[in-house]
Design a protein around this ligand. Structure first.
Ligand SMILES: Cc1cc2nc3c(=O)[nH]c(=O)nc-3n(C[C@H](O)[C@H](O)[C@H](O)COP(=O)(O)OP(=O)(O)OC[C@H]3O[C@@H](n4cnc5c(N)ncnc54)[C@H](O)[C@@H]3O)c2cc1C
Length: 574
């Protein structure tokens, strides 16, 4: 059964990007019909809700947007799209004021009433504003209330499965979704569609993002032949909680502020190992700290579960309890005393810097299709600074809302879908129902291990080749694996199957890009090509799917604002 509906704007995802887009589109034109479709419940799914540390913004005396920009570019190892990075840092100021003054958020303050900025690794200024260590709940709850208060249609527990082009192939016509509650298909014809499904590298053994994220947006874009950039750039957060294989808490993140506040990392022998490797010690960037931890693990200097330790006790246990209440409770749930003892940690896949290629106004090369948030590539280059993720989602989500409203004013009609593609995609999504049932979890576990072992923190040609071959085998096994239950309504195993298919497809793109980049930048470290390469001739990878083949190309980075060796800080407020 295929139900057909129509709206003006369809937003896929209800994280910071999706909800900001809905609010700004409604503000730009209150007459537009806007629908937000989301795999989970509004305000309860995705990673914006999980933001712990905070939001980077250059609001404080002594800081400047130029300084925030330089931190972003240098942290991103000169690969960011500079126009996007500039938009991110400059609009973040406006967005934080909007969050407090219009959306209703309230962030922690200093005694003089100014916003408190906490220290985050890899930054030259303490600019991360926050609400304790549970900032995302404050942001997403208030956004959710604002969306509820407006005539914005909510399609909760609706999974997007395919972007459907118009019959002439020149633009997007709409999106095919599954209403997960009934299992029925819905085609929603829309004048403008925003992909804001939040990326989320959940294909690694240790990972932080929410379970509803499986790279669906990028898998759909690949299938449509759209280009993805920087796909090799998977960020590992150095301090994922490590509490053994039997708890989903393993892999969840212990926030950056712990290292920022002066936390120490110790190997299994109780030795601090970061000081000898970087003058910033534990406050070095995430990529570097993750690599150092991984090296300790490879050398066998590990904690009982195979990772290392974080220690906060030397900062005073009362202080730690006060400053990191949520983290202390999370560790206690797993039997660790963060305030006074040692907690086992491991690098954990946290964020995908790569994503769909778009303009600063969030438009893509396909008319009618827009992208924002973690699904969009470019703003962070080779490494995302902690605190720039939620800034990215909210800044570009808002821009997307305005852009789509204005775009519709110039392109007012709906477009008829390509019916052949629509039929093909309905059949494709039902693929596992016609197959003998098998052990899906075993396949998923294998993917987690392949990606962690061969496409993880430290890479080399042999491992990437091995990983590639293993993923191809896994894909064939998945395609031969069906479901035990033919019921469609709330068939979560069906959705696990679809999740795994998206994860496999995007994993293939990650491997292809990692094979294509024969140097080491930021999150991508090749043991066989350890040099960063010439910064002035930096390129970023572009992966595009042609039929069953993935093409990888290198495109030059445009130094539109600052060139390697230069800085904006010479003339700006330092
Ligand atoms: C534990 C954790 C802590 C973090 N802490 C910080 C921090 O302190 N500071 C910071 O800047 N960043 C942080 N981040 C990163 C930040 O959360 C993300 O970068 C950002 O929130 C992503 O926003 P988004 O709107 O793109 O996606 P999300 O907020 O993840 O939303 C994605 C949405 O898409 C939906 N979706 C997914 N697939 C589909 C589909 N097929 N169909 C329909 N809907 C779909 C999901 O259900 C969800 O609603 C953290 C991330 C994690 C995981």
């Amino acid at each position: 059964m295929l139900e057909r509906l129509a709206t003006d704007i369809l937003i896929l995802g209800s994280g910071g990007a999706g909800l900001f887009a809905a609010l700004h589109a409604h503000q730009a034109n209150p007459d537009l019909a806007i629908a937000v479709a989301s795999k989970g419940l509004l305000g309860k799914c995705g990673c914006t809700r999980m933001v712990q540390g905070g939001y980077n913004v250059a609001l404080h005396r002594g800081d400047s947007i130029e300084r925030h920009f330089m931190d972003t570019i240098e942290g991103g190892k000169w690969l960011p799209n500079q126009k996007m990075a500039w938009t991110l840092v400059s609009k973040a100021v406006e967005r934080v004021q909007e969050l407090e003054n219009e959306i209703g958020c309230f962030f922690d303050r200093n005694a003089d009433g100014t916003l408190h900025g906490k220290a985050f690794a890899g930054q030259t200024f303490d600019r991360t504003v926050h609400k304790g260590d549970l900032t995302g709940i404050e942001i997403i709850n208030r956004l959710m209330e604002q969306v509820w208060a407006r005539p914005i249609q909510r399609l909760e527990e609706h999974r997007a499965v395919a972007l459907i082009p118009a019959h002439d192939g020149q633009a997007l016509a709409g999106v095919l979704l599954i209403d997960m509650r009934t299992g029925s298909f819905r085609f929603i014809c829309a004048k403008a569609v925003l992909v804001a499904t939040g990326g989320g590298p959940t294909m690694y053994r240790y990972h932080t993002p929410s379970g509803d994220k499986s790279m669906d947006g990028l898998a759909m874009a690949l299938r449509l032949g759209l280009p993805l950039r920087d796909m090799e750039m998977v960020q590992f957060h150095p301090t994922g909680l490590l509490a053994g294989p039997d708890t989903r808490m393993t892999g969840t993140v212990l926030e950056e502020g712990l290292r920022g506040a002066g936390g120490h990392l110790l190997n299994g022998r109780g030795e601090r190992f970061m000081q000898a490797r970087d003058p910033r010690a534990e406050r070095a960037t995430r990529d570097f700290v993750s690599r150092c931890i991984y090296e300790e693990m490879r050398a066998g200097r590990t904690s009982p579960h195979g990772g290392v330790y974080i220690k906060m006790a030397h900062l005073g246990s009362d202080h730690v309890v006060r400053q990191f209440k949520g983290m202390v409770e999370r560790c206690a749930d797993c039997g660790f005393d963060l305030a006074a003892g040692l907690v086992e940690v491991v690098p954990t896949a946290h964020y995908l810097m790569g994503g769909m290629i778009c303009e600063v106004d969030t438009s893509t090369e396909l008319a009618g299709l827009f992208v924002a948030g973690e699904d969009a590539g470019g703003a962070h280059g080779a490494n995302r600074l902690g605190g720039n993720g939620v800034a990215n989602s909210t800044v570009f989500g808002g821009i997307a809302g305005e852009t789509m409203a204005h775009w519709i004013a110039r392109n007012p009609g709906h477009r008829a879908p390509d019916e052949a593609v629509l039929r093909f995609e309905v059949a494709r999504a039902q693929h596992p129902f016609a197959r003998p049932h098998g052990d899906l979890n075993r396949l998923r576990e294998r993917l987690l291990d392949i990606m962690w072992d061969d496409v993880g923190v430290i890479r080399h040609a042999a491992g990437l080749g091995r990983g590639n071959a293993a993923i191809d085998v896994l894909e064939q096994e998945l395609l031969a694996t069906g479901l035990a239950d033919g019921e469609r309504a709330f068939n979560l195993t069906w959705h696990d199957w679809l999740n795994l298919r998206s994860l496999i497809e995007v994993s293939q793109a990650i491997v292809a890009a990692a094979q294509g980049r024969e140097n080491s930048r930021g999150a991508h470290y090749r043991e066989d090509f350890p040099d960063a390469g010439d910064l002035a001739s930096s390129t970023f990878t572009v992966v595009r799917q042609h039929g069953a083949v993935l093409d990888v190309a290198a495109a030059p980075v445009e130094f539109s604002i600052v060139r390697p060796g230069e800085s904006l800080l010479q003339n700006a407020a330092q």
